[in-house]
Design a protein around this ligand. Structure first.
Ligand code: FCB
Length: 440
């Protein structure tokens, strides 16, 4: 029997991001982002889908806040769209953009829900990309200016701040293999984008602290790396991939140093930035979806590792193997690695996609999602029992949304969205989570 009893003060939440739900890309003075450009590029998004409307949250946020209020969560993690605030990436802030987030945050607060704000969830303003994006150091400085604007405006209401969401995904998917915007395929030449994002994180933490922000952390995607055979070439490949996926962000932020494997790929002078990057944090956000299989590189492979699919587990419709115990292992491993440098942990994202449909009799039956949540929360509970300080859990996601290059097919929400009518239908997992967070 799973143990799903959590401390009274455990923070239950749901997560979303701006580009995936807001729509209204040409409204309210918003400028273009790299994802607007990418979705217009033929062949980049499944079925040629785009996010001009998405879940229309920009207009329907009162309904979405009402859903969260019914759900009974204590916190809502969302992201600000940088191109709504600074359409040119820098300069004078757009008053209409700030006013939208005023309305959203005020209504979240009125519902008794704590706003948890991410400053950047991959929607770089196109002019910033045109000036070099994360390949250039200036972007970190522009990001710090943006962070200062947001801190000054919202520090009075936002309870927890996350400067960047998953810089690893931006570096690897956006700049190393080009599956996500801005669509560059630079392989290891993309490593400087990790450093510039880490620097942006550190500078933003400083700017937010100066603005009086209450609690500041980060949100990184972490995937335990699984070699298959345990031979030395394979273990070496696993160490390398672990450095690339997991430690390239966590080590400089928490320990003030980079994993040795990657040092030769970093920009010159990177070491001078390490004290800025390693700002003390109030919490560390872990986003967990799946482990990653690895093997030794075959002949002719330019990389020191090769990815290998993990077999023998049930899969989501986003092609993720469902491996709850890897979440417990990851949390314990984290505790071991970072020990007293590790602030309290929040699971800032965890969730799954299935082929959810509205039933003829109404409602959405999604028993697989309920099982997923039960098993992953049990894994979190087990890690807590083993001494890991986990303070909260956010389901990805409140709503079905635009899942980047996969378009709308993978449905991650506790609430189903009909993209024709934009009608919201809470799924069975919504009722299940509602009971859990209200009873706990
Ligand atoms: C995470 C992203 C989030 C969503 C989920 C499924 O890596 O942060 O936007 O796409 O994956």
């Amino acid at each position: 029997m799973e143990n799903l009893s959590f401390p009274r003060e455990f923070l239950w939440g749901v997560s979303t991001s701006a580009f995936q739900i807001e729509g209204a890309v040409d409204e309210g003075g918003r400028g273009p982002s790299i994802w607007d450009t990418f979705t217009k590029t033929p062949g980049k998004i499944a079925n040629g889908e785009h996010a001009r409307v998405a879940a229309d949250h920009y207009h329907r946020y009162p309904e979405d806040v009402a859903l969260m209020s019914d759900l009974g969560v204590g916190a809502y993690r969302f992201s600000f769209a940088w191109p709504r605030i600074l359409p040119d990436g820098k300069g004078a802030p757009n008053a209409e953009g700030l006013a939208f987030y005023d309305r959203l945050i005020d209504s979240v607060c009125e519902a008794g829900i704590a706003p948890v704000a991410t400053l950047y969830h991959w929607d770089t303003p196109q002019p910033v990309e045109d000036a070099g994006g994360w390949l250039v150091r200036d972007t970190a400085e522009w990001f710090a200016e943006y962070a200062a604007v947001m801190g000054e405006r919202f520090a009075d209401r936002v309870k927890m701040w996350i400067p960047l969401n998953e810089p690893m995904v931006m570096s690897i998917y956006g700049y190393a293999i080009g599956e996500y915007a801005p669509g560059k395929a630079l392989l290891l030449d993309a490593v400087p984008t990790a450093h510039h994002q880490n620097l942006a994180h550190g500078l933003a933490v400083q700017a937010l602290r100066a603005a009086g922000a209450a609690s500041i952390g980060t949100a990184n995607n972490h995937s335990p790396v699984w070699p298959e055979t345990g031979t030395e070439p394979e273990n070496a490949a696993a160490r390398w991939l672990d450095a690339l996926l997991n430690r390239l962000y966590a080590d400089p932020v928490l320990l003030g140093r980079y994993p040795g494997e990657l040092v030769e790929h970093l920009p010159a002078g990177f070491a001078d930035d390490l004290p800025t990057i390693a700002q003390p944090l109030d919490f560390y956000g872990v986003n967990y979806y799946e482990p990653q299989g690895v093997k030794a590189p075959g002949p002719g492979n330019p990389l020191p590792f090769e990815l290998r699919p993990i077999e023998g587990f049930p899969m989501t419709t986003n092609d993720s193997p469902i491996v709850p115990h890897a979440l417990r292992d990851l949390l314990l491993d984290f505790q071991g690695r970072y020990a007293d440098r590790l602030p309290p942990i929040y699971l800032t994202e965890n969730g799954c996609s299935f082929d959810d449909r509205v039933a003829e009799e109404g409602g959405v039956r999604d028993p697989e999602r309920i099982d997923f949540l039960v098993e992953h929360l049990s894994a979190v509970r087990a890690a807590m029992d083993a001494g890991v300080d986990v303070r909260g859990y956010f389901v990805w996601s409140l709503l079905d949304n635009f899942e980047w290059s996969k378009g709308y097919a993978p449905r991650f929400g506790l609430v189903h969205v009909d993209y024709e009518t934009l009608r919201r239908t809470p799924k069975d997992s919504f009722a299940w989570y509602r009971k859990l967070v209200r009873d706990d």
